[in-house]
Design a protein around this ligand. Sequence first.
Ligand code: ZN
Length: 343
Amino acid sequence: MRPSLSSRASQAFFTPRHELKNRLSGTLTLEARAESYLHIWSGRTHVELDLSGIRPDMPRNELMEALERRAADLAKKAIIEPAELVRYGGELIIPGSSLKGAVRARLELLGKRAGVCFVMQRRPSYRPRRGQHGWRHYALWHDAVEPPRRVACGSCVICDLFGSPGKCSRVFFGNFKLKGALEDWIDELQLDYGERIRAIKLGAVFEGEISFLGLEPEELGLLAFGMRLHEGKPILIGKNKYRRRIRQDTGEELIFGRLLLRAVELRLAPWCKKLAEELAKEASVSLTLAQEGEELVLSGEALAKLLGHLVEKAKQAYKGFNYEFDDIAELEAIWREGRGQGA
Ligand SMILES: [Zn+2]
């Protein structure tokens, strides 16, 4: 049985993965622009373990001591060596998985009242005070993360869209590739706390695709809302997104982690024609149909209008999401409060 529309965000059933009829399948091409420095870390640094002077036949206690010393050296070096950005086949990318994670987390945090689950990474009793590890995230999202929810429920609209253990996703984020020459868009920065990183510069533009399978129009709308496509405002992503850092050589304050996503083109599978035409009519835009039996294509102003319409449909279908929340404005308010308190 299908629950009422207003409770659909925490639905009791799961969309069959093969259900494509009267649903939207296709590809959304997006442009992603760095509105600040970006540090989407590969999780790797360039360090080499120096094993010279260590022999397997050393007495056990000597070996332990030597290894401990090397480990300590390595830990020190890991902070000094620049943290690497992610490359794929020689190109600088924003990994699709990072973007998907950021959008999913944003929707989970904004969907608390809609009954959406949120997977806690740290122990549920952790409530950092100002200055403690993770306090900015807590200050920004405390309403959303209390009370703590520990696991992907597997039955809310976000799990249904993005997948959960045992249920595949219906949205697929490809890697976003840098447009232009890599060396023009990377800065090596010496930051406070002795951290040295390579970061993507403000103004860098990436392009990539998101594919989706069997989405209800309001689900595509929810996805657009999660990426702020209808607002023209950036999402937060990567390392240091919640904290300002100080550039050691200039003393300049740096902001990280703002990525503005813009829809460039929507291509829908030919079998979505009937539903797509209905939606286009509702949004008063016209679809381009290359030829009979081919993909439906939408771009520019018409696409912006259609996405705006789909977000409105999401607002009707999924009550309880905090559609008005502006992460960036809230974060800046937290920063303002923190001024003078060493934050
Ligand atoms: Zn869930």
